[in-house]
Design a protein around this ligand. Structure first.
Ligand SMILES: Cc1cc2nc3c(=O)[nH]c(=O)nc-3n(C[C@H](O)[C@H](O)[C@H](O)COP(=O)(O)OP(=O)(O)OC[C@H]3O[C@@H](n4cnc5c(N)ncnc54)[C@H](O)[C@@H]3O)c2cc1C
Length: 465
């Protein structure tokens, strides 16, 4: 690959031994390809030596997806960061995987377009990582998560072949391998080029801040809005603790005494936006909002969003460590599940904050703590396990957007039957017959070819992995 683009100094290996989650692994080497051919060379070399390898973008993942296990080779795509083409006529962009999510919209916004999926980490995470995790974000409520915006992917398969999945044309015939690859967390190969859909910038955008004296009233407003047929561009909720933390940090104009706030964005044609803003205001008050404020200008709108997007920075002022969870519950169960989450926090004596994509029921309970406190990690893990079980029992799913990685791998049987897991195992085997592409991620052990006698036992009550 050339001078300096493959490294194995101890510091380098330590830096790449984990992602932004809490679990560490161990790498044997790190390399920085600049082309699909470089990636294919790395994959072939690893395969020749029987060494596992893991694709990595910016390492902002929270589920240990990019954490190297078994002395894997880490293949980092951040030097493949060119926006190759922007086609405003067909409304698509062709990018390399290391392009940062926000950089893509910075490129296209002056041309009248943007890339819709906007993870809260968008200043740092890559499009390749977004494809790997099928990332979501505040503005995915109306427009869909990454999968809905990826048209075609160039992939280095675990065989070292370079294939194209999907197509620039709509409704391409054949099996939807593009759909299978998006969200595969590096277990089916490494994407080296992505064609994404661009969305026209909306002519009118209004952002509202609704504040409440109870979480119940905020939750009821979320359900009320969706029931009334209003699907905002974004609908985010923050509870009392995180609202205060953000306000102290950013000064975004959030009320420090609210039990919960909703940030609601409406976009589209001016007439439709005005109508929906009125409807949100009315439904908010009907369900107990104390105040409904519409940002008066673009600066105020940006400040409201800066608050929401700085939430994770804000908590660094409170404690040195956090554990951010990700699960989805039916919207109608939001309030009940939140009550259970607060009860779990009390029982485990932990500070719990909630900042999440309320519109699609995607909860992000955030445990804030000091990892140096004796015994605290046990309580953090116990709380996490209880939260996930509560969400599944409420009819929810294990992850809304962060993925499964190694964090939730062994909890998959809570959601999937043996037949489901076997089908997923056969699919991964078809892409990765040697089992070297990010092994021991996503699926619990025992569901892939050659592992059939090593199935992990069903997840016992209270287990955390
Ligand atoms: C503060 C904070 C806020 C966040 N908010 C959100 C949010 O709102 N929505 C959301 O969805 N996520 C969020 N995340 C999680 C994370 O940012 C996303 O999962 C993001 O998509 C990861 O991108 P990355 O480039 O950092 O990927 P990495 O962490 O490097 O990798 C993630 C996974 O993708 C795989 N991968 C990476 N590159 C490739 C490739 N080229 N080909 C195939 N597989 C690949 C990796 O193997 C790994 O399994 C947040 C994280 C943080 C720290």
């Amino acid at each position: 690959m050339g001078q300096g683009r493959a490294r194995n100094e101890p510091l380098e290996l330590a830096l790449y031994s984990r992602d932004a989650g809490v679990q560490s692994g161990a790498a044997s080497a790190v390399c920085f390809p600049r082309s699909a051919d470089d990636v294919a060379s790395a994959v072939r070399a690893a395969t020749r030596h029987g060494i596992p390898y893991v694709a990595r973008g910016s390492g902002t993942g929270l589920a240990g997806g990019a954490t190297p296990l078994d002395d894997a080779l880490v293949i980092v795509t951040t030097q493949m960061n060119r926006v190759i083409a922007i086609d405003t006529h067909d409304q698509l962009a062709m990018v390399e995987p290391g392009v940062l999510n926000l950089d893509l919209s910075r490129h296209t916004r002056p041309l009248g377009f943007h890339y819709a999926p906007d993870p809260s980490s968008q200043q740092a995470c890559t499009i390749g990582g977004n494809v790997g995790t099928n990332a979501g974000g505040p503005h995915c409520l109306a427009s869909g998560v990454t999968s809905a915006h990826v048209l075609e992917i160039e992939v280095v398969l675990p065989t070292g072949e370079i294939a194209r999945l999907g197509s620039l044309a709509p409704d391409t015939p054949g099996y939807d391998l593009r759909g299978a690859f998006v969200g595969s967390e590096g277990t089916m190969g490494i994407c080296t080029q992505v064609a994404v859909r661009l969305m026209p910038n909306p002519p009118e955008v209004r952002t509202l801040l609704l504040d409440f004296m109870s979480v119940e009233a905020a939750g009821a407003t979320v359900s009320g809005l969706i029931a009334a047929g209003i699907v905002p561009a974004a609908l985010e909720m923050m509870d009392a603790e995180i609202t205060r933390a953000v306000e102290d940090f950013v000064g975004a104009g959030y009320p420090r005494d609210a039990a919960a706030v909703l940030l609601c964005e409406i976009d589209g044609l001016a007439g439709g936006v005005a109508y929906q803003v009125d409807a949100v205001r009315r439904i908010g008050y009907e369900h107990g909002a104390r105040n409904v404020r519409v940002a008066a200008n673009e600066a105020e709108r940006q400040l409201l969003w800066k608050g929401r997007k700085s939430a994770f920075g804000a908590i660094a002022r409170i404690a040195p460590d956090y554990y951010l969870h990700d699960a989805v519950v039916p919207r109608t169960k939001l309030v009940g599940v939140l009550e259970s989450i607060y009860a779990i926090a009390r029982e485990q004596q932990l500070t719990m904050m909630n900042v999440f994509h309320a519109g699609d029921g995607n909860l992000h309970p955030l445990i804030v703590f000091d990892g140096r406190e004796p015994g605290v990690w046990d309580r953090v893990h116990a709380a996490g396990s209880q939260i996930l079980r509560t969400c599944i029992d409420a009819g929810g799913v294990l992850s809304g957007e962060h993925g499964v990685g190694m964090e939730k791998r062994d909890l998959m049987p809570l959601q999937f039957s043996n037949d489901d897991l076997a089908a997923q195992g056969r699919l991964i085997d078809a892409f990765d017959p040697d089992g070297l592409a990010n092994p021991r991620k996503v699926l619990p052990s025992g569901w892939r070819c050659g592992e059939l006698n090593q199935r992990s036992a069903p997840v016992p009550e209270g287990t955390w992995i």
